[in-house]
Ligand binder design. Sequence first.
Ligand code: EZ4
Ligand code: CO
Length: 409
Amino acid sequence: MRIVTAEVLVTSPSRNFVTLRLTTDDGITGLGDATLNGRELAVASYLNEHVTPLLLDRDPHRIEDTWQFLYRSAYWRRGPVTMASIAAVDMALWDIKGKIAGLPVYQLLGGASRTGLRAYGHASGTDMPSLFDSIRHHLDAGYQSIRVQTAIPGIKAVYGVASQKQSSGQRYDYEPAGRGAFPQEEDWDTRAYLRHLPKVFDAVRNEFGPELPLLHDGHHRMTPIQAAKLGKALEPYDLYWLEDCTPAENQEALRLVRQHTTTPLAIGEVFNTVYDFQALIKEQLIDYVRAASTHFGGISPLKKIMDYAAQYQIKSGFHGPTDISPVGFAAQLHVGLAIHNYGIQEFMPQSQATNTVFEQNMSFVDGYLHPGDAPGIGVEYNDDAAKAHPYQRAYLPFNRLADGTVHDW
Ligand code: EZ4
Ligand code: CO
């Protein structure tokens, strides 16, 4: 068996997606997600110019060999563009292998370790009443765990607050990247955030009681000592996790945070290889692995990092925003179903337009996700629907402090 075509498909139903489709000489197709929010065409170009020519005539069964070949033969290793490209190839080959076997990918990874994958949803509000409404809305939709993001007095638009207006005047909805020629500028003040957030969690716990698992994303904005202070301040509210409390590239920052707080820590949505997690896992500086199949090199390395993390009782919390396409999302649901050390899955529903382009078998019932039992990854690409949505340039926002300094977004 050999690969006879390798196509890079770019579509923008309500946001941009890059998808790799491989076809074998038997006519079996496999899909992989290569979406890198705000830098999509760099990955499409990497695939088109440097990877797809190497895939033709290769045996699609050789997943590990192809992964190692693409990783090692590039010489210039790692980085989000390279690893999203390799991820797409890895996923497409697992999809093909599953279709040949007539089995969903989770069966090839060892079979199901649970019946469903507990998911968390994104509640947010500009004030306490609107935040409570949003939490109730998510509970009504079946979510049994809730991420809480809130507006901060004095700050115009804060990451993750759906009802706020961006600087463009558009609603700051789930997808933070804005279509347009230049990234949107936002404002930020960490001291105001640190003063406000514990009050919000105090109010949420009073309203919703001690049982409901609550999560929060700090989105890389604190220094280590600020993160330590926040973790301590939130201890009475028993968070499921505090995510991305410091910029992730400084792994040593987590040592300092860890010395000061028992609030569980999750990190790694911007990581792209096992090496980014090496010290964090070995020194038990985190509790949840936030990697995503799409940005971490695919299904194969995601399974490996979770097997490494299992030795340290560290669990999964794979990144699941809308910039992971339905292909990448389903791919990591297969991993989550198979591994023993599953924790929780972030779930942000896609738009109707996206769900028309990507035909899915995934289900979300009573707060639990399942990738379905179709052979392979379980997602098909509707070319006609995709063609109606050409690429549109889009950028993630960036932050400036009151004095004009650029800050982590
Ligand atoms: O801002 O994926 O936890 N989720 C997140 C995301 C990121 C986006 C950036 O493209 O932090 O919403
Ligand atoms: Co995050």
